[in-house]
Design a protein around this ligand. Structure first.
Ligand SMILES: Nc1ncnc2c1ncn2[C@@H]1O[C@H](COP(=O)(O)OP(=O)(O)OP(=O)(O)O)[C@@H](O)[C@H]1O
Ligand SMILES: [Mg+2]
Length: 265
């Protein structure tokens, strides 16, 4: 469980996050969206202790980011950011994925198993011995995913993981994120793409460091005031879900198309 208790961050006079209180339960898939500078990256950084709150507190499974061991916190909440080039440190794919489990001081055979499992999970096993420098952007990002999957954290934090990746690569990465959630992990995803945000079970809209909306994708579809502030056009399948008030467990293209066919047919 991730908990914000009146947690805020100020840079001098400027409040990047203003006294947020919320709980993210184990196994939730939460998406965070908001205009540039609304505090999304600050929110993610607070959870894994890259930033400490200047007011209130943030806890991960009861561990306080300002008081407890950050290594223990990052073992539980692993983060991945936009640019894979900034996160990949090793020359080969296998060394890159081994890095985290080695830091956890796991036995050698367990490390081997985790490398194979994590690379299979992101469909990159055949690249195990390849040089990281020779991979495409999307492949590098999948290796970066494998590195944090190999840590077997309970929560995964993703800050715009698809923003620098081409459309095909983005789809693969979103499938990986959905499968991580299906394994029972907590997922917090920051994205500017509405079609990605609406795959979550819960959407939080940040605006100027405050929570403007916290609810289901279905309820957000009917908040035109908030969609106006976000100012991103609704993808056509979400526009259809809104107009026909379609109830889908996950608002992806396939489910919406099926629901629409049932409604019209
Ligand atoms: N180290 C810092 N010093 C001063 N101001 C900062 C610092 N880090 C962030 N900010 C400010 O805090 C606000 C929130 O930043 P944050 O990076 O969390 O926004 P964001 O929602 O992730 O934006 P984007 O969509 O551009 O990634 C911004 O106005 C930013 O300029
Ligand atoms: Mg950001």
């Amino acid at each position: 469980m991730i908990r914000f208790e009146k947690a805020g961050v100020s840079f001098g006079e400027f409040k990047a996050l203003d006294s947020l209180s919320l709980t993210i339960g184990q196994g939730e898939f939460v998406a965070l969206i908001g205009p540039n500078g609304s505090g999304k990256s600050t929110f993610i950084r607070l959870i894994n202790g890259l930033l400490l709150p200047t007011e209130g507190r943030v806890t991960v499974e009861g561990l306080d980011t300002a008081r407890d061991d950050l290594f223990e916190i990052r073992k539980r909440a692993a983060a991945l950011f936009q640019n894979p080039d900034n996160q990949i440190v090793a020359a080969t794919v296998e060394d890159e994925v081994a890095f985290g489990p080695e830091n956890l001081m796991l036995p050698a055979e367990e490390i081997e198993k985790r490398i194979d499992d994590a690379l299979s999970f992101v469909d990159m096993l055949q690249y195990r011995q390849h040089l990281t420098a020779n991979l495409s952007g999307g492949q590098k990002q999948r290796v970066a995913f494998a590195s944090i999957i190999a840590m077997e954290a309970s929560a995964y934090l993703f800050d715009e993981p698809t923003s620098l990746i081409d459309v095909q690569g983005r789809k693969k990465i979103m499938e990986i994120i959905q499968r991580i959630h299906e394994k029972g992990k907590t997922v917090v995803l920051v994205s500017h793409f509405l079609e990605e945000v609406f795959l979550a079970g819960r959407i939080i809209v940040l605006h100027e460091g405050r929570i403007l909306f916290d609810g289901t994708p279905h309820s957000l579809l009917h908040r035109s005031d908030i969609l106006d502030i976000l100012d991103f056009p609704l993808p056509v399948h979400l526009e259809a879900a809104r107009r026909f008030d379609l109830e889908c467990s996950i608002l992806d293209l396939k489910n919406v198309a099926q629901a629409l066919r049932r409604r019209l047919g």
